[in-house]
Write a protein that binds this ligand. Sequence first.
Ligand SMILES: O=C(O)CCC(=O)C(=O)O
Length: 409
Amino acid sequence: MANWTGISAKQQDEIDNLLASIPAREIPTYDELSYDDFLNHHLIPNKPFIFSSIATSKWSASARFRAPIAFKAVSQPNLSALRPYAHHLVPVANTLQQQFSEFERTERPLGEVLDLWEKGEGKGLYVKDWHLMAEIESERRGVKEVYEVPDCLRDDWLNPSYTPDSRHPTRETVGTSASTSDFRFTYLGPPLTYTPLHRDVYGSYSWSANVVGRKVWWLFPPDRLDGVKDQHGELVFDVGDLEDEGRAIKILQQEGEIIFVPSGWHHQVVNLDFCISINHNFFSSPTLPRIYDTLSASQERVEESISDVKAMIIQRLGSEGDAWEKEWVEEVQSLLERDAGWNWKGFWQTVAKNVIGPPAPLHLSPPVQLRDEWIRHAIERFKLRREWVLQDDIRMTIEEIQRSIGYER
Ligand SMILES: O=C(O)CCC(=O)C(=O)O
């Protein structure tokens, strides 16, 4: 059996109730969007929008992964078409089993999960963060066997630059495991599997394309978070537990549509049908100030959490000279990398890489003067930090960036 049929009457009721609760769409939907409009109406002001299903109509995934149903706008998943990837080890969340502020997670071959689904089992299992594109590239094929990144979304500083055909292994990709190398993800799961309230990694933007099925999104701009906190001031796990769902911008994303989620916006997502979706977390030069702020805030939290270590280092090395401070900075940066996923070294290396080899052509990127202004501003701010003084490798990377944008000070 290639299709998913395992939905109960109770689940169908829940889905019907969700559908009945969707208001008129509050964000724009475009069949086409010029890069200038994308930059000025969405990237810079940090506002969401949707690309209509035209954006994915020519994707191979749309032809391969959908089993269309006559006279219906929503397809069934063609699970057999995923069998060529059955050997990929994929992260699987059990959305019926909450563990603290996450779901229980395991890693297993995709084939095992497909077997369960094809038997009508594994109803709560959600394959999330599967690095399908990196896997395809590591097997020396091109991602065009799945998708095409829309023009507007190619200025992506977080992922390998978009190349439809197989790419030669680079210094960056050799020795990196496909399962951790990038932020190009594929998600698949049965109706009512969901992703709890969260904000994306590093304060990045994300885009998410529904190849199969429909999703409901609850979006929260940064100034609308008060309604989703519990009595201890902590963000709730599931906004469905709140009477007013936190007064979200609530969107029904149809099959084929791509949603753009702004940087720093919290969101929750539930699958209404069996869904297969592809998403990227990404950022580009207009997001640099937000990414910078997010990393600074993560560092503050890390420093607070190990403030006793600072006292111990000073006691051991004395407070004269900068030896204690050098060790403290290194300690903080290494914990920051584990906690936030990266640190200042990674931040500046990412900026350098994208300045030296821009991922998108000029007409699909912000004007160079604007880009360089965002970078200069970040450099000016960074020069006030102790890491600028104490971390030689970062200083060298920044000097390389300065040379590249013609900004020597
Ligand atoms: O589709 C989902 O379940 C979550 C997707 C998401 O959170 C994102 O694309 O940022």
